[in-house]
Design a protein around this ligand. Sequence first.
Ligand SMILES: [Zn+2]
Length: 176
Amino acid sequence: MKTRSVSNQATLLKTSSRDRRGTRPSKEPAVVAKAPAYTDPSACQYCGAFFTKKTWRRDHRITHALLTTAEWAKCPACRQKRSGTAYGRIFVRGAFEAAAASALRRRIVNVGRRAEHTQPEHRVISVQRAEQGLEVLTTSQNLAHRIVHELKKAFGGRASYRWSAADGYLEATWRK
Ligand SMILES: [Zn+2]
């Protein structure tokens, strides 16, 4: 009797953990879901990011032993960078930009670096001078949003967003 109840419990636990696993992919952002299946563990041969437990990270301590077990691959961020596909675009506009362009640039690059450190798939691809200010490209909508959030926090200003479903862009405009 006792043995039976223990075994039932074990079965329940197993089932519930399998169920949770099964629902996870649909909750992942589109960028991750579209990426090819990677072997766990994998290492990106272009940027050194390390893939394990469904996540690409750069703050992993990479050891010889780790690399021996890993399969070389190209991480999602490097795939995007290579093909020139970006998922976030920010326009920085307004009179403030003309006066404080370098401070704005510094802020943007810093936010990008911080994001990239913990999640290599989130990174700033470029910060360029555009007709009416700066144009920033990022590898994720999430990072574009985070950068705008930090600009608002540091400098104030207003933000607006536009979603382009055709090419999967989140276009943000920050102005002050
Ligand atoms: Zn990479």
